[in-house]
Design a protein around this ligand. Structure first.
Ligand SMILES: [Fe+2]
Ligand SMILES: [Fe+2]
Length: 147
């Protein structure tokens, strides 16, 4: 028997992950147009990692016998510079971390340990994304001052 709130969290997670794929793919293309090849490759890599998260969430929905229903995608958030894109992405990763914290917390309280473990594992990877982007933003600003 599946808990409707857990299914709700899985579908919200799916909407988030697919929105993140859309955002990073778009930014990867945009930054390629700006001739920022290395940053573009990083963004493409982020898109692949978010796709892998979506895949894991879909797998869990199928385990419950539920057809995935992620809902509508969030509009892509762009910017006019590498720093502006990174700030948008930090915001998105923070939203994801909040969602996964809340979902894992609920699952733990309900004794749904496998779901809690899934949400915690994805949250940890979003934390890695966040830290990587904070570093990139720091380097970008530092480079702006000294380079
Ligand atoms: Fe993700
Ligand atoms: Fe992420």
């Amino acid at each position: 028997m599946s808990d409707p709130r857990i299914i709700g969290y899985l579908n919200r997670a799916l909407a988030h992950e697919l929105s993140a794929v859309q955002q990073y793919l778009t930014q990867a293309r945009l930054t390629a147009l700006w001739d920022m090849e290395s940053f573009s490759r990083d963004l493409r890599q982020e898109a692949d990692e978010e796709l892998a998260h979506a895949d894991r969430v879909i797998s869990r929905l199928l385990y419950y016998g539920i057809a995935p229903k992620g809902g509508s995608l969030s509009p892509v958030r762009l910017g006019r510079s590498k720093a502006e894109l990174l700030l948008q992405n930090l915001d998105m990763e923070q939203d994801a971390i909040r969602l996964y914290e809340e979902a894992a917390d609920y699952c733990r309280r309900r004794g749904a340990h496998e779901d809690a473990a899934l949400f915690e594992a994805i949250r940890d990877e979003e934390l890695d994304h966040l830290r990587g982007m904070e570093q990139q933003l720091f380097d970008e600003r530092d480079g702006g001052r000294h380079g």
